[in-house]
Design a protein around this ligand. Structure first.
Ligand code: SAJ
Length: 420
């Protein structure tokens, strides 16, 4: 049975592009979301998130009638669940959104349907989702009950696309397909082959869950190594950027770049899903999280020292007169996404410590988030004053294109683009 209608539950950074890709291949796509504003925006052919090229694809899909957004699930042949999986206060994964999505689609499931969990999830979440579905639909059979004979096929196929490159990577990346049975995997491959040009590699659901967590934990550990090196080098008076570029000349070494910390909604979250399941064993993964999470505090301390040095060199000034320039707010270069950004956290704290003295240059936004507006000011790169203390937090292309616009002596360059 082929897939005529595909439903994508959760129309965020992953769900909306995925829905749009199916629609662009002329599948009838029903997008489901709890956010009325997102539904209305999409149904007008517009998008509520920032992702290159996505606006055109969504516009075409909606105007040609292949994509619509609704609040309540409707019958379909395949359901892809792409809802958030945040963690709770104690770093335990929060599966509430998956549970709510499962319970929402259960009433419209029919024999032969495929349900795919795309959300990054702790090991065991797909089995748990299938259990929630089974409890809601005792008239249907599920893989954990009858294996290959199940009425409903269930798989975990984690998303792996890089924000800013989602449209291309959705098509080109290889896909890990973790069916609860072989039949589930076969059906999932059939669905993804609608638009995926990368290879679809099959495994079981638990391994697919762990594969995704492993990828992001690996990156987190590697960034933690770079961040730790930056702190060590600072103490030993060594330029960490030069050091890394030298070490990377070794044919088997590829050290990543230090920064003000690790941001975004994936790398700083997913490793905790491994740590919470196996706290005794996941020692390096746990430590990497702590190293990366501590980096913003280290940056703030460095800045306090720079302010003290500045005041010593400018004895006519008081601490309330020091201007602090913050370059960049986004969680990584050349995007406008401020969520879970270490640069945001650092700037917030500086604005609280030095109210009215913080000037922010962020070329990708037109106004500051509300909570920063009262204590800080958004300025243009051309308006930066030379006589001040500065912290470079994001290596945006606009910053890389110029020489340091501030006084080197009182600059904390967390990305190493202006240091000489
Ligand atoms: N960062 C560094 N140094 C580096 C590289 C990154 O400090 O050398 C920082 C960035 O500035 C940022 C954070 O790490 O704050 C994360 O950025 P990223 O570009 O490494 O990753 P994300 O969060 O945008 O996307 C990641 C990707 N995962 C991997 O590369 C293993 C993407 O493929 C995943 O799909 C995505 O997580 C996700 O949704 O899980």
């Amino acid at each position: 049975m082929s897939f005529e209608t595909v439903s994508v539950v959760g129309l965020g950074y992953i769900g909306l592009p995925t829905a749009a890709m199916f629609a662009s291949r002329k599948k009838k796509v029903i997008g489901v979301d709890v956010n009325q504003n997102a539904i209305d925006t999409i149904n007008q052919g517009k998008i509520h998130i920032v992702e290159p090229e996505l606006d055109m694809i969504v516009h075409a899909a909606v105007t040609e009638g292949y994509l619509k957004a609704v609040k309540n699930p409707e019958p379909a042949d395949a359901f892809l669940i792409a809802v958030p999986t945040p963690f709770k206060e104690d770093h335990e994964p929060n599966l509430d959104y998956i549970e709510a999505a499962s319970k929402a689609i259960a009433p419209v499931l029919k024999k032969g349907d495929l349900v795919i969990l795309e959300s990054t999830s702790p090991v065991g979440a797909t089995e748990q989702m299938s259990q929630w579905l089974a409890e809601a639909r005792i008239d249907l059979t599920f893989p954990q009950q009858v294996g290959e004979q199940a009425d409903i096929n269930v798989a975990h196929c984690p998303e792996r696309v890089l924000p800013g490159h989602v449209v291309r990577e959705l098509v080109e990346n290889d896909r890990v397909i973790g069916g609860m049975t072989d039949r589930c995997s076969e059906r999932a491959i059939e669905l993804y082959k609608t638009f995926v040009e990368g290879e679809c590699v099959t495994t079981n659901a638990r391994t697919a869950e762990m594969a995704k967590l492993t990828e992001n934990s690996c990156r987190d550990v590697q960034i933690a190594f770079a961040n730790e090196l930056s702190v060590i080098c600072d103490k030993l008076d060594i330029n960490v950027w030069e050091l890394i570029s030298l070490a990377n000349r070794h044919p088997r070494i590829n050290i990543l770049q230090p920064g003000p910390g690790v941001g975004g909604h994936c790398i700083a979250v997913d490793p905790w899903f491994i740590v919470s399941k196996t706290p005794e064993e996941a020692r390096i993964i746990n430590m990497a999280r702590l190293v990366n999470d501590q980096k913003p505090d280290w940056v703030i301390n460095k800045l306090k020292i720079a302010i003290a040095d500045y005041l010593q060199a400018n004895s006519n000034k008081t601490i309330n007169e020091v201007v602090i320039n913050c370059f960049g707010l986004a969680f990584k270069p050349d995007i406008d996404d401020l969520r879970e950004s270490p640069a945001m956290g650092i700037t917030h704290e500086l604005a609280a410590l030095y109210p009215g003295q913080v000037r922010i240059v962020e070329p990708n936004i037109v106004e500051l988030p509300e909570d920063l507006q009262k204590n800080a000011e958004l300025i243009k790169l051309s308006e930066v004053t030379y006589d001040s203390v500065s912290v470079l937090l994001v290596d945006h292309k606009e910053f890389k294109a110029i020489d340091c616009p501030s006084n080197q002596q009182f600059l904390i360059d967390t990305k190493g683009i202006w240091l000489i």
